[in-house]
Design a binder for this molecule. Sequence first.
Ligand code: CP
Ligand code: NVA
Length: 333
Amino acid sequence: MQKMTVSLVPSGLTSGASTLRGRNFLEVTDFTAGELERLLQLSQYLKVQGRGEQRTLLRDRTLAMLFEKPSLRTRVSFEVAMTQLGGDVLFAQGAEFMVGTRETPEDAARVLSRYVDAIVVRTHAHEPLQRFAHAATVPVVNALSARAHPCQALSDMLTLRERFGGIAGLRVAYIGDARNNVATSFAEAAVLLGATVQFGCPPTHRPSESYLAKLDALGSRSGGSARAFTNAVRAVRGVDVVYTDVWTSMGEERYRERNDAMLRPYAVTEELFGYAQESAVFMHCLPAHRGEETVAGVIDGPRSIVFDQAENRMHAQKALLVGLLTELKGLPV
Ligand code: CP
Ligand code: NVA
C-alpha cells in the first residue's frame, strides 16, 4: 500500500496511463484541468456501464470512511460506489474518529494505511487533514472540510457537463456565503474548466481580492475567471447557472445569527432567479433550507437540477476511486 510520486505534469486527455493512482484529493486544485476532465469522462462512462462489468474494478480493495460531521449524500454515495465496484467499506464517526484527538493525525494515518487501500475523511479544520494525508501511504480524499468540498465540485461539474455539453464559456453565479467550502471548490473547478464565476455576496462573505486573483490565474488557460458583486441581481443577470448553499456551514453555528442577517438579501427567490437566462438551472449541494437561502418555488421548480447533482456524487466518486486505486486499464480514458 505505497503512495506513488505525484506527477506535476498535466496529464491532458490523451495519456493512456493513470497519473491519478496513489494521489490525494483534498482540494480541486490537487488535479489539473486535464485530470478533472478525464475523471468526468470516466464518470460518464461508469454511469452508463452495466453493474456486472463494474463489480471487479475494485475487487479486494477496502475503503475507510472517517466522519467527524453528519452526512447523508457523501456517506451513502461513497459506500454504494465502493460496493458496486466490488470493494469493501468501513465507516467510523464521531468519538470513534476525530482527526488529532486521541492521537496525532500522522499516527492515525500511518496506522490506517496498514489496513486499508484508501481513506475518505470528513472533518472540521483543513490543516489536520493535510497532516493526515501527508503521513498516509494510501490515497486520502477530502469528503468536506471547513475549507473545501472537492467531491461535491466533481459531481457539480459532471452535472453541468451533462446539462450543457461542457463547462467552458458558461456563466455561473454563486450566491450567499461565497467563502465557504462548497463555494470555494465549485469556483475552482468551474474556472479551471473555463467558466466565468460571479459571486453575489455581502462584503462580510466576499472572497478576498487575492483569492479572486488566484481564481483568475487558475482560469488563465481555459478562459475561466471570477468576480464578486455586492448586488445579487448584478451577479445573476444573464447567467446560465445559479448556485447557492446554506448560510451557515457545519461547525460555524456560532455565526448563525450574523449570517442570517447579512445573507437574507441574497436568498435565491423566484424573483432573483428570474434575472438569469430563461434556460438557466438552479444548483444546491443539499441539504437545503427552504425559506432561507432559497425557496420551494426555485429548488422544487422545473429548472432545479439538485437531485442530478446528488445522484452524480456516486458516479463521480466511482471514477475518483478507480482513478486513485488503479491504472485505469481497459477503461476508455
Ligand atoms: N452535499 C453533501 O455533501 O451532503 P451530505 O452532507 O449529506 O454528505
Ligand atoms: N457548506 C455546507 C455544505 C454541506 C454539504 C457545510 O459545510 O455544512
